[in-house]
Design a protein around this ligand. Structure first.
Ligand SMILES: C[S@@+](CC[C@H](N)C(=O)[O-])C[C@H]1O[C@@H](n2cnc3c(N)ncnc32)[C@H](O)[C@@H]1O
Length: 268
C-alpha cells in the first residue's frame, strides 16, 4: 500500500478521487487515474454522465433555495470540494444559508477547508462520518451547532447510494436521516441505474468491484422506494439531465449516456 506523507492510502483507487479525476478535478493519485481510464475505456460516456450528475446537484440546490425557500442543507457523501459547492450556490441565493457536509473519505476531510468558506452571514461545517451509521451524523455536535432542526432542511444524497449494498438498507438509512427533519424539509437524491446502458454500465460496475468498491445499481421502481410518503417535485423520478434542464449544463444528447436518476421530494 502506498502512503503519502499524511498516512493517506493512495495506493488503492477510491470512489471520491476517481470521480474527481473524471470530472476534471486535481485531487487524485495514479491508482485513481488508472481506474478512471479503465472505466472510460469501457464506457466513453462516463465523464458526460458524471458531469451531468454534478449539474443536476447544482440545479436541484438552486431550485431548493430559490423556489422552496430552503436555507439549510445536510449533504451526505459530499466528495472532494468542487466549485461550485452546495454552500456557494445556496449562499448566492441567500447569504445566510447553512450547510453541513458529511463524508467518510480521509482525503475529503483533509481538503474540507474548501467546504468551510462560508459567507459571514451563513455557516458551514464538516462531519467525518459513515452514512451507514446515521446516528453518528444526527448526533454530531457540528450538526446541531449549524442547523436548526425546527426549520426545514434539504437532505442531499447525491451519487452515493450505489455504494450501499442491500444489507446496508439504503432506503432505511435515508429514512432515518429524514425522520428528525420537520415538515417542509426536502430530499434530493441521484441514484445509479443500469437501465439505459446495461452492458456498458455493467462493465463500469465490474471495474469498481474489481477495486473493492461493489456497486448496487437500481431500477426505476427501486429508486422510487426512497420517496414513499414524500411529495415528488415535478417531474418526479427522471434521468438527471431531464430534471429541470436550464441549458447551462453538460453536453448531454443521448439518454444512453446517463446512468443516474435524479429526484427532489418534499416531506409533508
Ligand atoms: C461519487 S462521489 C459524489 C460526490 C458528490 N455528492 C457529487 O455528486 O458530486 C461519492 C462520495 O460518497 C462518499 N461515500 C461513499 N460511501 C460513503 C459512506 N458510507 N459514508 C459517507 N460517505 C461515503 C465518497 O467518499 C465520495 O466522496
Amino acid at each position: 500500500m502506498d502512503r503519502n506523507i499524511d498516512g493517506l492510502d493512495t495506493g488503492s483507487a477510491h470512489s471520491a478521487r476517481i470521480y474527481d479525476y473524471i470530472i476534471g478535478g486535481e485531487d487524485h493519485y495514479p491508482a485513481d487515474r488508472e481506474a478512471g481510464d479503465a472505466m472510460c475505456r469501457e464506457w466513453p460516456a462516463l465523464p458526460v454522465h458524471m458531469r451531468a450528475n454534478r449539474d443536476f446537484m447544482n440545479r436541484a440546490v438552486r431550485h431548493l433555495a430559490e423556489k422552496a425557500g430552503i436555507r439549510q442543507f445536510l449533504d451526505v457523501g459530499t466528495g472532494i470540494p468542487t466549485s461550485p459547492n452546495i454552500h456557494e450556490i445556496a449562499q448566492s441565493v441567500s447569504p445566510d444559508s447553512r450547510v453541513v457536509y458529511v463524508d467518510n473519505d480521509p482525503l475529503v476531510l483533509r481538503l474540507s477547508q474548501g467546504l468551510l468558506t462560508s459567507t459571514p452571514e451563513g455557516r458551514t461545517s464538516y462531519i467525518e462520518a459513515d452514512m451507514r451509521d446515521p446516528a453518528s451524523i444526527l448526533q454530531a455536535p457540528e450538526l446541531r451547532a449549524t442547523l436548526d432542526l425546527t426549520r426545514p432542511i434539504a437532505l442531499t444524497v447525491i451519487a452515493i447510494v450505489h455504494f450501499m449494498m442491500d444489507e446496508d438498507d439504503a432506503v432505511g438509512i435515508v429514512r432515518r436521516l429524514l425522520d428528525p427533519l420537520p415538515s417542509g424539509s426536502h430530499l434530493a437524491m441521484s441514484i445509479g441505474t443500469a437501465e439505459f446502458a446495461p452492458d456498458e454500465v455493467g462493465k463500469v460496475a465490474r471495474e469498481y468491484a474489481a477495486r473493492g468498491m461493489p456497486m448496487r445499481l437500481r431500477t426505476f421502481a427501486e429508486a422510487e422506494e426512497f420517496f414513499t410518503g414524500l411529495e415528488l417535485v415535478e417531474p418526479g423520478v427522471v434521468q438527471v439531465h431531464k430534471w429541470h434542464p436550464d441549458g447551462t449544463g453538460t453536453e448531454v444528447t443521448r439518454d444512453t449516456d446517463i446512468a443516474m436518476y435524479g429526484v427532489v421530494a418534499r416531506k409533508p
